[in-house]
Design a protein around this ligand. Sequence first.
Ligand SMILES: Cc1ncc(COP(=O)(O)O)c(C=O)c1O
Length: 487
Amino acid sequence: MRQDTAANTTSDPAVANGLEMPQEAMLELAREAAEILVRRREELAGEDAWDGEFRDALEERLMRDPPEDGQPATEVMERAVRDVLSLAVRLDHPRCFGFIPSSPTWPGVIADFLAAGYNVNACNWLTASGPSHLECIVIEWFRSWLGLPETAGGVLTSGGSAASVDALVAAREAAGYPERAAVYMSDQTHPAQYRAAKISGIHPDRARIVPSDGRSRIDLDALARMVAEDRAAGLNPIAVCANAGATATGAIDPLPELADFCAAEGIWFHVDAAYGGFAAVTERGRKLLSGIERADSVGLDAHKWFFQPYEVGCLLVRDVSTLEEPFEIRPTFLQDSLWGSGHPNMVDRGLQMSRSARALKIWMSVQTFGMAAFRESISRGMDSAARAEAYIDASPVLECLSPATLSIVCFRVNPAGVDLAEEALDELNREVLARLFWEDPAFVSSAVVSGKFALRLCIVNYNTTWDDVREVLEAAERFGREALKQL
Ligand SMILES: Cc1ncc(COP(=O)(O)O)c(C=O)c1O
């Protein structure tokens, strides 16, 4: 391949055009950005996990017409850091337990910087053979971790929501675009699946919500009943979306039974493993996710429990042709991209055309740290959740509402010997959550478990220690006791 013969060393601003920068200024800006980020990481644990601002205050700070003349780049960057980037949940804070946090590795962050700088468009092989091949490699790693067959393949996506849309489009195509198609998911399923069903043309009434059992897992009998009734009513069941790590509780649906059911019924078996999928790199996680290898498609997010910066999800399909059939495009203006053979064009595997080189961050992080470090960090998240459950069970003030599953545990303040009605308990726990939010450095979010307001910890940060978890549990106990006195 072609090599540059001479490096362009032009740094004279006089020859730069209006959007170019002299080399020294580029380096200074990049150096300062790196210093800001490294300093931020050093100071992170001493900060609160949440920061934010109300709309009118932000309006005052930021709402300006775009300037006609440029301003010094370092000043612009410093404003961006102070007035924009800092006003957000610090999702990589070791005490950030809300929603599904994320804690990107530094090589992953740098990979995004490099990919942007190289301005790669991983659309097809012609535009990006190296990045396309790397994407194949990373997808092959994921395939083998989940135990899918060698026929499986996939595509990196912006995240779990996009992966769900691609999956249901593939399911609909595989079913032959039937009229009155229906899709099934439990009441614990992330709404991204429901939305994906609607986007892929399923009437909202036929995106069927199946009740879950006492462990937040899909009720198999109810599912079988609904599918039978729907068939009798002339509907065409085309897909079941199973959870492999439901967002609220971490619940994993009975995957082997669902695989049997879908195979017997001829229904596409999709598994949403956006949060839980990467547990499969550990022995414990692989056991918990057993049955996932029988899926027709699996969505999983490396920007959740595989320590990558946003946005990188993945859709794997059992037979990659099921993805290429609905998504392949052959416009004449891309005819030049069809050179060579035996390579995929990623544009043919999903809804996105211009795409960044997402595989790079995964590959660079894994090469830098090695899989043992990833396994250890993921295991530690599971260990901490199990330890949190034990702490809650031993606490006279706390009650476990959903046992540690993968790395999520849900609980509430419900002191022994105090008889409070459910509504009062919900109110008490809302108060505890509010105090955690305003007074504690941790960031915790809530869920509803079996109709009860729950405090929820999701532990997916490679820097979170047991002390971080214990201290937030202690804070919940303390705030709970104090709130109780006010009643
Ligand atoms: C289980 C599950 N599925 C899907 C999604 C949506 O993924 P994304 O936010 O990457 O689009 C989430 C997000 O948290 C999730 O937890």
